[in-house]
Design a protein around this ligand. Sequence first.
Ligand SMILES: Nc1ncnc2c1ncn2[C@@H]1O[C@H](COP(=O)(O)OP(=O)(O)OP(=O)(O)O)[C@@H](O)[C@H]1O
Ligand SMILES: [Mg+2]
Length: 292
Amino acid sequence: MTLSIWNDIDRQYRKVAKERAKKNTGKEPLVNASNVQFFRDVTGLEPTDYQQRFLTDENQFVVARWARQTGKSLTLSVLCLHTALSGPERAIAILAPSLRQGRMLIRRIAGFLPKLPRSWIDGRVLKTRLSFVNGSSIEAFPNSPETVRGLTLGLLIVDEANYIEDDKALYDAVVYALATTNGRFIATSTPGTRDSLFYEMCTNDEEYGDFSRHHVSFHDALEPKGPLKKTTVDRLKQQTREDPSRWDREMLAEFSSDEEAWLSYRLIDSCVDETLEYVPDLDKPAKEVKQE
Ligand SMILES: Nc1ncnc2c1ncn2[C@@H]1O[C@H](COP(=O)(O)OP(=O)(O)OP(=O)(O)O)[C@@H](O)[C@H]1O
Ligand SMILES: [Mg+2]
């Protein structure tokens, strides 16, 4: 009989202690490590020099113009998760040219979760939203000014920023979300057109001189310095022989010169109809092709 009372008290005490621990996570950082160390912990990789420079940059506004496959999305994923776990009540929004791309970033972040205690996650892991017990959250939003207007954010992340349609309208709608929290704006992209806000952020000192800027060409990311393999780069060089401006954009991370082009890249891009399908064989009548 006495033993059972003590067991009850023990059980009750454990319950109270658990509740208290849960409440405390609202105040204490769940992660104390630096974001560079956290990168190592969750990816099992060594961050490159340029990734370390980017991660340790504490400027409020940061733009990173990096070559293809140099680790932009991976670095953003780590930065998002570290920001969410190293302080309470941090609302983080992800924007990308499409919601599908935003979701891919969420999936990448969710891929790190098995390395962390399950109790840190609040509720279910959703395709567009991750919530944590400290009140922080990471959410991917559709690329439209209406959906992001009125948010309050601690961090706004934009992946492939130079490929966002009407990026100026989106930025105008969302930048006030950072005003009351002193929140951060971080955009990464492979360069595209000069007819864009991303280009202005990277180059216009008068209006965006307070932005911290990072530029990484393939030279900085070749093995062993970074993840790019020389054989892949050689193959890409061969493939872009006919279109040197593509090489400049994707591998040197330099903006293509729209001034010299008859039509801007933005205009050409906006004329592409993604609903059209290729005809598999032009020599065969459409009906015949369909029956196959
Ligand atoms: N520090 C690193 N060490 C080893 N591999 C890395 C490192 N950083 C990134 N990678 C790897 O490089 C590849 C490209 O990464 P990621 O997709 O993040 O690049 P990206 O710049 O976003 O590419 P894209 O231009 O296609 O969007 C991935 O396989 C990733 O795991
Ligand atoms: Mg990417």
